[in-house]
Design a binder for this molecule. Structure first.
Ligand code: CDP
Length: 228
């Protein structure tokens, strides 16, 4: 079957990453979490006190950041920055609270998009994010746009943070998701918008398994009917 590109975009904590990871594993595709890349850049900028108002400093910092994904012994994709596994540190609230202002910067976006396109050059990839179907892979064969009610998203994120790190108050999470949605949707450079040809899935009342099944079904259809 022909290999395709699957782009999954949508609001924060809609289950994009979990869906993308599962779908990639079922199809034997590569999975790239583009949000993790923006989170890693944010970690670097915070640790090195990079001024977000200084384009030269930003470009210099970006040239020092090398990102790569590696599969761990449990088959999960983990992000390494300059040879160090940053998977745990980039999921903390400190990063969630600072990532959207960093993701607004055009120097950051063009560096990340360039690398994301390299990851996808041979197709057979599932990538999730905010601008994958609109900017990174406008010709992706399958584009999904996930949405869900804010309360459900906040609750799901609370469970994830609890498993990974610690209990965070639901109102704090809700405020963070709302703020990020606003900044991500209103920014000038590649804002979060549904691509005209994306299929919208509201995940409020469906299970993860249903989300994954539906995505795999759509992907198989695209693979079977793909020309050229
Ligand atoms: O997992 P969650 O939905 O909370 O967010 P994420 O996918 O880890 O993305 C974190 C942040 O990175 C987003 O809020 C955006 O500001 C930024 N991002 C972006 O600008 N473009 C992307 N393609 C992916 C993420």
């Amino acid at each position: 079957m022909k290999k395709i590109v699957i782009a999954i975009d949508g609001y924060s904590a809609c289950g994009k990453s979990t869906t993308a990871r599962e779908v990639a594993s079922i199809l034997g595709y590569r999975y790239v979490d583009s949000g993790a890349m923006y989170r890693a850049v944010t970690l670097y900028f915070l640790d090195h006190h990079i001024a977000l108002t200084n384009p030269k400093e930003i470009s210099r910092a970006l040239s020092q950041i090398h990102l790569s994904f590696h599969i761990n012994k449990h088959g999960l994709n983990e992000l390494f920055m300059n040879g160090i596994n940053v998977e745990k540190s980039i999921r903390k609230m400190r990063i969630s609270e600072n990532v959207s202002p960093v993701s607004v910067l055009k120097e950051v976006r063009s560096a990340m998009v360039e690398q994301q396109r390299k990851f996808g050059k041979d197709k057979g990839i599932v990538m999730d994010g905010r601008d994958i179907g609109t900017v990174v892979f406008p010709n992706a064969e399958l584009k999904l746009f996930l949405t869900a009610d804010i309360q459900v998203r906040a609750f799901r994120r609370q469970q994830e943070l609890l498993e990974r790190d610690k209990l965070v108050d639901l109102n704090t999470i809700m405020a963070n998701l709302t703020a990020r949605d606003r900044i991500d949707s209103q920014r000038k450079e590649s804002p979060l918008v549904k691509a005209a040809d994306a299929i919208e899935i509201n995940t409020t009342h469906i299970t993860l398994d249903e989300q994954v099944d539906e995505t795999v079904r759509l992907a198989l259809w695209k693979m079977i009917t793909k020309k050229g």
